[in-house]
Every structure is written in structure tokens, then in C-alpha cells.
Design a protein around this ligand. Structure first.
Ligand code: NAD
Ligand code: NA
Length: 396
């Protein structure tokens, strides 16, 4: 079968196994090029198949020789249908870990469920005993609550008043004005239930109860803040309420990890093109301007550069972990630099369909988006037949 990108709205319906493999290989090469990190040895990554979670798994394994267990929710290939990219990424990761002699096993299923938590913990107990780092990197639009059975759906809306601003359809490059009506109270509760900290806390409670957390272990979840431009729809919108909850949960988890001298952190990461962020209105326009500015200043990073820096310069240095006034680790420091934000704000005011190709890095956005699905990589023959029988080694 020859696989081509097939776009529908903010998603791509196909993904390319060889290209996903290339993306994983590139990330492994990057991590190795930065040298060894005196980091974690037994790592659980929840949300391990794409984006920041995959980068965390790769950094743990190939930067710190860690054994990794990855949990994710991906679709296997079926007759006439490609797998979701995280499936191919994980297949490639597992294959490379095996070659390197690194322990790696994967669990595909709903991380919000009791069943997947129990299965993961049983695997940890059997194979690794205890974990010294838990990365929590889920991004999901929906959560079935394991105790109530209620299905919560997250929304991306402003709170209190309609938000109107520019947005771009990154496929066509058309810049238009979008108005997003304010959410209901129920929307806030639902978004907090999906993307807040309750599930992270549940994972840590269960792991702790099972004796699966090593002395001095760390756990890290990922958050975002961003500029005032996107505040109404992001940090002060429904998703921001969920991130507030996630950040507050870190303190609670640290409290419950006292018995094992453990610590929970939230790391605030940079805005990047991922499946999760491309669905948020306004954010793609911001990202395309941000990329332009950060690339010009030579400070652009992708997920792997961000997470390698998180491990090497924040989490695993001697001495205290540097945090901001709210106790958060900041690797969005370069994004939030005043010179960067001033430049983005100026470009924002001038951005239109006509000016964006020049002012923004729309090409970089599109290329990153295609890369998420394994398309657009150098060295891959996209006209060649691909074998869709990919299986994930070490899948439980
Ligand atoms: P992503 O979509 O690339 O990754 C999501 C991961 O979660 C995948 O591995 C997916 O399989 C897994 N997943 C989703 N639902 C699941 C379920 N029910 N059970 C098991 N696994 C499930 O997203 P991302 O952008 O890497 O986001 C990860 C975290 O980083 C999120 O908390 C996000 O808010 C945060 N973050 C993202 C950005 C950004 O710009 N992309 C910036 C800062 C912080
Ligand atoms: Na992730």
C-alpha cells in the first residue's frame, strides 16, 4: 500500500509507519548527541506514544539508560487503514530499545480506567519492582470517570464572555476572525474532570498503595501558560481551569509521597505543534508567529529538545530543582522571554491571509503537522509500498 496524507479538519486520517519510525530515530539521535544524563532508571510514562510523553520516554531510555513502561491509547492498523501515529512511534521505540538492550514494555488502553492502572501496576511489580519517575502526559478530549461511569468531555472555551480574535486555518493559510462563545459552568467541571489532576492523583495513589514507588521518586505532569494574546481561550478559559487544578494537585501528591521522600512537579512547556494543540482555535496562528521569532533568534525547540533540557537542566541536576513563584518548573522560559513576546505581539497585529506567509512560519507549522503523522521526512520513499503489519514488540 502507498500511504498519502489524508486531511480532515484538524486531523490527518492516515499515518506513515516508516516516517513515524524516522521521527523516533531522529529524536533518539538528538538525545544521544547531548550526552548521558544522570537521570531516572525505571520510568513509567502515561501518554507515551506522541508529543511530550514520547519525548519523555525517549529521553529516559536513550539519555539515561532507563527501563520504561509506556501507557497510551492508539489504534492498531486494520485492513485498508493505517494505525494512528502513536502506534507506529511506539513500535519504532520498542524496536530501538530492544536493539539497545533496554527494557521496554507498552500497554495500549484507557489510562483513565481502573483496569489499565491495575494492569500497569501488576507489570511494574512483576518486572521492575519500583518506579523512580512517573511522567503524566495525557492529552484527551474525553474521560470516562472510573468511579461514577460518567463520560466527561473537555471543551476549549472562554469563561464569562465571548472571545474574538484572529485565527488561521493552517491548511489553507486563510486568516479570519473567530468568535468563541463563553462556556457553561458544566463545561468547566467537565474540562477539569478530563484534563485536571484527579487522574494523576489516582495513578500516584494506586502506585503508592502497591509499593511501586521508589524512595526519592519524582512525578511530573505537563502544563501550559502562554501569552496574554491567547489567555482568554487558554489559560483563563476552561482548559486553564484544568491546568490550575493539575498544578494544585502537584502539591497534594508531594504531600502523599512524603512517606517515600517523593516529589511531584508540574513543568510548564513551550507551545508546540501536536495533535492536541492543533485543535485549539487561535493557538496555531500564535505558534506560527512564535516559531518564526524563535527560529530567527536561534532558540526554537521541539518536544525532544524541550524534554532533554527538562531532564538535563531541571530535574536531574545536583541541588534544588529551580521553580517559579508558584512552584512550577519552567521550560517555556525562552517562549516567554520579553523580546520574543514583544516580537510575536507585533507580528500578530499585522497578520493577515496576505501577510502571514511572510510574517509567520506557516511552512514550519505545516511541516511539523505532517511530521506528526510520519509525512515529510527526508530519506523516506513515500512512493514505496509499506507493509501495514507493524506490531508493537513488548505490547502487553
Ligand atoms: P499528544 O496528543 O501528542 O499526546 C497525548 C498522549 O496521551 C498520547 O500518547 C495518547 O496516546 C495519550 N492518551 C490520550 N488519551 C488517553 C487515554 N484515555 N489513555 C491512555 N493514553 C491516552 O499531546 P501533547 O501535546 O504531548 O500533550 C501532553 C501534555 O503536555 C498535555 O498535558 C498538554 O496540555 C501538555 N502541553 C502541551 C503543549 C503543546 O503545545 N502541545 C504545551 C505545554 C503543555
Ligand atoms: Na504526550
Amino acid at each position: 500500500m502507498i500511504i498519502e496524507p489524508r486531511m480532515r479538519g484538524f486531523i490527518c486520517l492516515t499515518s506513515h509507519t516508516k516516517g513515524c519510525e524516522q521521527s523516533v530515530l531522529n529524536q533518539i539521535d538528538f538525545v544521544k548527541s547531548k550526552g548521558e544524563i544522570d537521570g531516572p532508571k525505571k520510568v513509567l510514562v502515561i501518554g507515551a506514544s506522541t508529543g511530550f510523553g514520547l519525548a519523555s520516554r525517549i529521553t529516559s531510555a536513550f539519555g539515561s539508560n532507563a527501563a520504561t513502561i509506556g501507557v497510551f491509547f492508539e489504534k492498531a492498523p486494520q485492513a485498508g487503514k493505517t494505525a494512528s501515529p502513536g502506534w507506529y512511534n511506539s513500535a519504532a521505540f520498542q524496536q530501538e530499545a530492544k536493539k539497545a538492550g533496554l527494557y521496554a514494555k507498552s500497554i495500549n488502553g484507557d489510562a483513565f480506567s481502573d483496569e489499565i492502572k491495575a494492569k500497569t501496576i501488576a507489570l511494574i511489580k512483576e518486572d521492575l519492582g519500583q518506579i523512580d519517575l512517573v511522567i503524566y502526559s495525557l492529552a484527551s478530549p474525553v474521560r470516562v470517570h472510573p468511579k461514577t461511569g460518567v463520560t466527561h468531555r473537555s471543551v476549549l472555551k472562554p469563561i464569562g464572555q465571548t472571545y474574538t480574535n484572529k485565527t488561521v486555518d493552517f491548511h489553507t493559510g486563510v486568516v479570519s476572525e473567530i468568535s468563541i462563545a463563553p462556556c457553561t459552568d458544566e463545561d468547566i467541571d467537565n474540562t477539569v474532570a478530563v484534563m485536571g489532576g484527579e487522574d494523576w492523583q489516582m495513578w500516584m495513589d494506586e502506585l503508592l498503595k502497591a509499593g511501586a514507588i521508589a524512595d526519592g521518586a519524582k512525578t511530573v505532569a505537563y502544563s501550559y501558560i502562554g501569552p496574554s494574546l491567547t489567555e482568554a481561550v487558554y489559560r483563563k478559559g476552561t482548559i486553564g481551569k484544568a491546568k490550575d487544578h493539575l498544578e494544585a494537585t502537584a502539591f497534594k501528591i508531594t504531600e502523599s509521597l512524603k512517606s517515600v521522600n517523593g516529589e511531584a512537579y508540574v513543568s510548564v512547556n513551550k507551545a508546540l505543534v501536536t495533535q492536541a494543540s492543533s485543535a485549539i482555535p487561535v493557538i496555531p496562528l500564535y505558534i506560527s508567529l512564535l516559531y518564526k521569532v524563535m527560529k530567527e533568534k536561534g532558540i526554537h525547540e521541539g518536544c525532544i529538545e524541550q524534554i532533554q533540557r527538562l531532564f538535563a537542566e531541571r530535574l536531574y541536576t545536583s541541588g534544588e530543582i529551580a521553580t517559579d513563584e508558584a512552584g512550577r518548573i519552567r521550560i517555556d522560559d525562552w517562549e516567554m522571554r520579553e523580546d520574543v513576546q514583544n516580537a510575536v505581539a507585533e507580528l500578530w497585529s499585522k497578520a493577515s491571509t496576505e501577510t502571514l506567509p511572510e510574517l509567520g512560519d506557516l511552512a514550519g507549522y505545516k511541516s511539523d503537522f505532517l511530521n506528526l503523522f510520519g509525512f515529510g521526512f527526508d530519506g523516506i520513499d513515500y512512493l514505496a509500498d509499506v507493509n501495514e503489519q507493524t506490531e508493537i514488540e513488548g505490547l502487553q
